[in-house]
Write a protein that binds this ligand. Structure first.
Ligand SMILES: [Zn+2]
Length: 436
């Protein structure tokens, strides 16, 4: 088994329980895909090296070491549509641009878009993501090849449920034996998928041991449509349908009232907050601070790059914090540590690895990010968590480890020719737009 020592870093350990843990100068030892040593003592490091004399040693002086960031909601392949149609009202955006684009793209195009999306995420320190799109069975190999960790969500509308569940069976076979890939069933939303089809997807997920994800309570227009059809709200509807539990992720939850927040907390669902997407589409401000106070597991995400327009969790952390502060008119809302916790510890629930991902402790999965602190915008450093959340950039990420394997080093993704990828993407997009 391969071993790795990340030496003399400023370690930001994070924790799933209790108070904010102290950051400290220390070293982290990895064997296989697990963290086996976390210490600030020279003796422990010496013992690790004695036990693992072939371990690769990476000097991390002047650098921060934190758990990999977890993006709990995105449509990675939509990188192909980045900046294709901006500043347009939601329904016109979908009807005139997004859906016609999607109608002509092939599964090879989708795999290409996902490759570009994963490249962007890895270079920005994202080690896990939850996806929701089409042809996910075809994308299992992309995730495997790129070395990232993912939950791939097979997405459907009413008209496509049969086809999608067939594809999901294919995806289950494709993902067999691949530990970094999980699958989920992902109906689009309660206003675009009928109650019967929402339930059918959940039953399928339960029968096959898969996760479940759905966009929910994103816009006021959605609330209106759900009220007209069912006489209730999206969250109450989904509770009534038996869709809410620990294996379910609800993306957005912008428009939820107090009682719904209690339902979300009680049921154990994961809420995925997409601050920049909510701002760009003018959806509204999710009551994140209130949800956290009520015990809801709120995580952080980028959404797709046609509504954001990047897959950058650093921007997302800062936007989420600032948005809560201005919307509550309270500078104490969503402090830096809480927002970093959303992007790491809380996100682990969405990945099905609660307590063993999104933190640095002995026994946890080795998903780690080395951030170079020797940058003008990160100096001087009074508090490393504030430094990372309020000043950090994706481009400060220097090294990324996923499942014990170094996948990014010196800002290069191992085994990927980015220039060739950009050329392929340009060609695919040109063809798609011509065909539209
Ligand atoms: Zn989305």
């Amino acid at each position: 088994m391969e071993s790795l020592l990340l030496k003399d870093a400023l370690v930001v350990p994070m924790t799933s329980q209790g108070e904010e843990p102290q950051s400290f100068r220390g070293s982290v030892g990895v064997v296989g895909n697990r963290i086996v040593m976390v210490s600030d003592e020279a003796d422990c490091v010496a013992q690790f090296m004695a036990e693992h004399p072939t371990a690769r040693v990476v000097e991390c002086d002047g650098k921060a070491l934190l758990p990999g960031l977890i993006n709990t909601h995105c449509h990675a392949a939509m990188t192909l549509q980045r900046n294709h149609a901006d500043d347009i009202p939601l329904m016109a955006w979908l009807n005139d641009h997004i859906w016609p684009f999607e109608a002509v793209q092939t599964k090879e195009d989708i795999a290409l878009g996902m490759t570009l999306g994963i490249a962007e995420m890895l270079l920005g320190g994202i080690t896990s993501f939850v996806d929701m799109y089409f042809e996910e069975d075809f994308c299992v190999d992309v995730v495997e090849r790129m070395g990232i960790r993912a939950v791939l969500g097979c997405s459907y509308f009413d008209a496509t449920i049969d086809k999608t569940l067939l594809l999901a069976e294919r995806a289950i076979k494709a993902a067999e034996g691949k530990e970094r890939v999980r699958l989920s069933i992902a109906p689009h939303a309660p206003y675009t998928v009928s109650d019967a089809h929402l339930q059918r997807g959940k039953r399928f997920a339960e029968e096959h041991g898969l996760d479940y994800m759905v966009h929910a309570a994103e816009t006021q227009d959605e609330l209106k449509q759900v009220a007209e059809r069912y006489g209730t709200t999206p969250v109450r509807l989904m509770e009534r349908l038996g869709l809410l539990d620990k294996r379910t992720i609800l993306a957005h939850c912008v428009w939820v009232d107090d009682e719904e927040m209690e339902i979300l907390a009680r049921s154990g669902v994961t809420v995925s907050h997409n601050a920049q997407s909510n701002m760009k589409i003018s959806s509204g401000v999710s009551p994140v601070q209130q949800m956290l106070e009520k015990g809801v597991c709120v995580t952080l995400a980028t959404d797709g790059s046609s509504s954001n327009n990047d897959l950058d969790m650093w921007e997302e952390m800062r936007s989420a914090a600032l948005l809560q502060k201005v919307s509550t008119m309270n500078p104490l809302s969503l402090p830096a540590y809480e927002v970093l916790k959303m992007a790491t510890v809380n996100g682990a629930r969405a990945m099905g690895h609660e307590g063993e991902l999104g933190l640095i402790r002995v026994g946890a999965l080795a998903d780690l990010v080395v951030v170079d602190l020797q940058k003008p915008h990160l100096q001087p450093m009074h508090d490393v968590v504030s430094d990372l959340v309020y000043c950090g950039k994706a481009s400060d990420v220097e090294m990324v480890v996923v499942d014990g394997r170094v996948v990014v080093e010196k800002r290069q993704i191992k085994g990927l020719d980015l220039a060739a990828l950009y050329r392929e993407v340009q060609q695919a997009v040109k063809r798609i737009v011509e065909q539209m």
